[in-house]
Design a binder for this molecule. Structure first.
Ligand code: AKB
Length: 341
């Protein structure tokens, strides 16, 4: 029985998955999209999906079933527990974020061995893979390069950093002592996402969530207590640019890629700057600050911004939105429509 060339998205019901499915379906309507998530797909996404498997990336029998049904040529492995949620359940986070990723890399390897073509594997790492020891170092570090300050302080960040190395192993060194070379089947490609802000969805379980939460609360007419200090600063990106970066990286000729893991940035506002833009758009917004010292400590360990020159040089990373346009032309208008604000 011939298996149609397909793409597989794990964690497809999440924020990135919501935007990615629409973009993949528009790019190639004839290529089946298979999804795997614990939660059911939103209706808008389900309309573009050939098979929405409801289950866990920890269920290897389920993955073997998908292996038998589909010749997967691209994997977008989005399933994860984010940083805040992972701190409340670190052992579960390790299981999902590391063992789950190992399962998906094994799935991709088996796919590559069975249909004989490399499997492009997109892995979303994070600025959480960095760890700045104190605010003085963070201020001096400025735009941090990929190989600097790789000392994460969260389980999520440790998971992401380790899985970057796992992906590189599968791509370049898998079973290196075997009689026959079997590495090279998994074409592992990874970006370290900054905080992502979507007009369509509200995140849950992240530590960078204060930015999207503040905007969505103001548009919904709800009070919002920001949990970080006004001076807190990390890089952010509008969701359409995040999906665009995924497309550009996955479309790049393998020979152009000098790394398996890339920083990508767009803009890096302080919480006060975000609040100012939100208040300008929603003058009646009720925004206060109640610092969560522990979550603030995580944000303080993340870089103020990232050096993404390698992504721009190798595969043309070029975010369409800076801080002003992200809010002015994408977020505020779309979120107003969403809430009728
Ligand atoms: C989180 O806050 O955990 C994520 C991230 C920055 O990776 N949004």
């Amino acid at each position: 029985m011939s298996r149609k060339p397909s793409v597989l998205i794990t964690g497809a019901s999440g924020e990135i998955g919501h935007a990615l499915i629409a973009r993949l379906a528009a790019a190639d309507p004839d290529r089946p999209i298979v999804t795997l998530d614990l939660n059911p797909l939103p209706a808008a996404s389900a309309a573009n999906v050939a098979h929405a498997a409801n289950g866990s990336i920890l269920d290897t029998a389920l993955l073997d079933g998908l292996l038998a049904q589909y010749a997967v040529e691209q994997v977008y492995h989005l399933a994860a527990l984010l940083s805040t949620r992972s701190e409340f359940s670190p052992a579960l986070a390790h299981k999902v974020n590391v063992e789950g990723t190992l399962n998906m890399l094994e799935f991709a390897q088996k796919q590559g061995e069975s249909h004989g073509r490399p499997v492009a594997f997109f892995y979303p790492s994070s600025i959480a893979a960095f760890g700045l020891p104190d605010l003085g170092t963070k201020a001096r570090a400025g735009k941090v390069a990929e190989d600097e300050h790789n000392v994460p302080t969260t389980m999520y960040g440790a998971n992401k950093l380790y899985c970057e190395h796992l992906g590189r192993y599968y791509a370049r060194h898998y079973k290196q002592l075997a009689a026959e070379t079997v590495s090279g089947k998994v074409d592992f490609r990874c970006v370290r996402f900054p905080g992502l802000i979507s007009a369509e969805t509200v995140p849950s379980g992240g530590t960078s969530d204060y930015a999207p939460e503040m905007i969505h609360a103001a548009a919904a007419g709800k009070p919002y207590a920001c949990f970080v200090r006004p001076d807190a600063r990390i890089p952010f990106m509008a969701m359409p640019d995040a999906v665009d970066a995924i497309f550009r990286l996955m479309a790049a000729p393998r020979a152009r890629l000098t790394r398996t893991v890339y920083n990508i940035g767009a803009f890096a506002p302080s919480a006060a700057e975000i609040e100012s833009v939100v208040r300008a758009a929603f003058p009646r917004a009720e925004i206060t600050t109640t610092v969560d010292v522990k979550r603030q400590g995580i944000v303080d360990s993340w870089p103020a911004d990232v050096d993404d020159r390698a992504a721009r040089a190798d595969w043309g990373h070029a975010p369409a939105h800076d801080f002003g346009s992200a809010f002015g032309t994408y977020l505020i208008p779309s979120i107003r429509r969403r809430y009728g604000a």
